[in-house]
Design a protein around this ligand. Structure first.
Ligand code: NAP
Length: 482
């Protein structure tokens, strides 16, 4: 089942930071794939913009290997035709260099203008001011803002204020690429498209929900940034919070940007404060051929966490008494992101104590191998009485939808949503601020206590205390698949 391509209008996408890591690895390859799928109408252009002194031809030579490495591009007509739709301007976000050239390049082309801020957040204000000052934006123009969106409530508010000075909220696309993942959207389809689950989707039937986003990589080349951010700011406040919103929100009246975002906001606002003993922070140590976190960030006394697990509650009617366990970390034993909804035991076992107790679990696997599994209890085959076992009803999307399903990647989908003007999968200003309002006291709490993260061996499941967090409640994390 090939994915349907919905046409978009012609556009100019200006990528500030067009020479950077994100542009090379994600944005340009994503656009190339959309081009190959026929979703980049003829006159559309991608305009790279950064300080490096490239001509457009130099930039195409710079982009070509990135498209081959990250965009599965092969030498040939598609690649060259796509490169012909690419231009470059040398520009300084903080100065005047290049702005007139960009203006000339955009002038006289009546098409959608989108400006992707793929630069450090310290430049967002400068870009917004210059875009406005050089009159490069009209009411139909959009800006795309990368994470991190602030480092606390105060900085996020200040950033919102600056952006809102020059753009309407409806023009600002705060990107969280987790929301562009096929399975994340399937989460909404499964919940709100099926009668089966929604009646059971509450504290009465669900014992707890756990969300894991595990990575095997360390901090890589982002040590300086990461040492200031940590897993709470880098992952929990945005990606895991967004997953929590989608799993816990009330059905929106329509699948339409503000209806969905209103419901997500209510979830964030319903989050109770987190008890200090419900938080586990960890730091990976060296071993198995890799450096430890402190060596990676070049700070032998770093107190920044590369792992965090916490238990939280939502104070609302649907979820009162249902705990949510969230964990994320680097250098864990597998690259494995999943949400598991663990249903309560059946109220009474008619099969006697020997049959064991079993419950249903719905697992939404985000990566790798996107898919959904429902563990169902059945009789163990064979003679010897009624013993029960759990077997998975397994729906791997790749298998269920066939080899041609070819769902677009997260950046592909989100960039096209920007062009279409659909903000459903982007965060609104109040959502981001509410997320920081919940996160700030947690971080301030451990800073005030002088909390030092627990060391954990690289390529494990994190600190033992994270296991204890669940075991104390008589529960277990689902294993992280290597
Ligand atoms: P990066 O590799 O350091 O690239 C930064 C880009 O900004 C370069 O193209 C640089 O090019 C340009 N730049 C720097 N100063 C400039 C100025 N004064 N005027 C114009 N351009 C300037 O960073 P990145 O990893 O691509 O990240 C970009 C943004 O995405 C950051 O906000 C980051 O937090 C976010 N992000 C990145 C990733 C990722 O996987 N990389 C993931 C999520 C979010 P010149 O030096 O040529 O000017």
């Amino acid at each position: 089942m090939a994915s349907r391509v919905i046409p978009v209008e012609a556009f100019d996408l200006v990528v500030f930071g067009g020479t950077g890591d994100l542009a090379r690895r994600k944005i340009l390859p994503a656009l190339f794939k959309r081009y190959c799928a026929g979703q980049m109408p003829g006159p559309s252009r991608l305009i790279g913009a950064a300080r490096s002194e490239f001509t457009s031809d130099d930039y195409r030579d710079f982009v070509r290997p990135a498209l081959k490495e990250f965009g599965e591009a092969e030498e040939g007509t598609s690649l060259e035709a796509f490169l012909n739709q690419i231009e470059y301007v040398t520009i300084d976000a903080r100065g005047s260099t290049g702005w007139q050239e960009l203006s000339t390049l955009l002038e006289g082309h009546d098409r959608i203008r989108a400006f992707y801020f793929s630069v450090g957040p310290g430049l967002f204000k400068d870009l917004a001011e210059r875009l406005h000052g050089y009159r490069l934006v009209d009411p139909a123009s959009r800006i795309v803002v990368e994470k991190p969106f602030g480092r606390d409530l105060e900085t996020a508010r200040a950033l919102n204020k600056v952006l809102c000075r020059h753009f309407a909220e409806g023009q600002i696309y705060r990107i969280d690429h987790y929301l562009g993942k096929e399975t994340v959207q399937n989460l909404m389809a499964v919940r709100f498209g099926n009668m089966l689950f929604e009646p059971l989707w509450n504290a009465q039937y669900i014992d707890h929900i756990q969300i894991t986003v595990a990575e095997t990589v360390g901090v890589g080349g982002r040590g300086a940034y990461y040492n200031k951010a940590g897993a709470m700011r880098d992952m929990m406040q945005n990606h895991l919070m967004q997953l929590l919103c989608l799993i816990a929100m009330e059905p929106p009246a329509q699948f339409e940007p503000d209806s969905v975002r209103d419901e997500k906001l209510k979830v964030i606002r319903a989050l109770s404060s987190v008890e200090p003993h419900h938080i586990v922070r960890g730091q990976y140590t060296q071993g198995d051929g890799v450096q430890g976190f402190r060596e990676d960030v070049d700070d032998p006394r770093s107190k920044t966490e590369s792992f965090i697990a916490l238990k939280c509650h939502l104070s609302n009617w649907r979820w009162a008494s249902t705990p949510f366990y969230l964990r994320t970390g680097k250098r864990l034993k597998g690259r494995d992101s999943q949400i598991t909804v663990v249903f309560k035991d059946a109220p009474h076992s008619i099969f006697g104590p020997d049959a064991g107790r079993h419950n249903n679990e719905l697992t939404i696997q985000l990566q790798p191998n996107e898919g959904i599994t429902l563990d169902v209890t059945i009789k163990e085959p064979g003679q010897g009485g009624m013993r029960l076992i759990d077997v998975p009803l397994d729906m791997s999307f790749a298998e269920a939808l066939g080899p041609d399903a070819d769902a677009p990647g997260a950046y592909e989908r989100l960039i096209m949503d920007v062009i279409r003007g659909n903000q459903t999968l982007f965060m609104r200003d109040d959502e981001v601020e509410a997320a920081w309002a919940w996160t700030d006291p947690i971080i301030k709490g451990w800073e005030a206590r002088g909390d030092v993260p627990k060391p954990y061996d690289s390529f494990t499941s994190g600190p033992d205390t994270a296991q204890q967090l669940m075991r104390r409640d008589g529960r277990e994390w689902r294993g992280i698949d290597p």
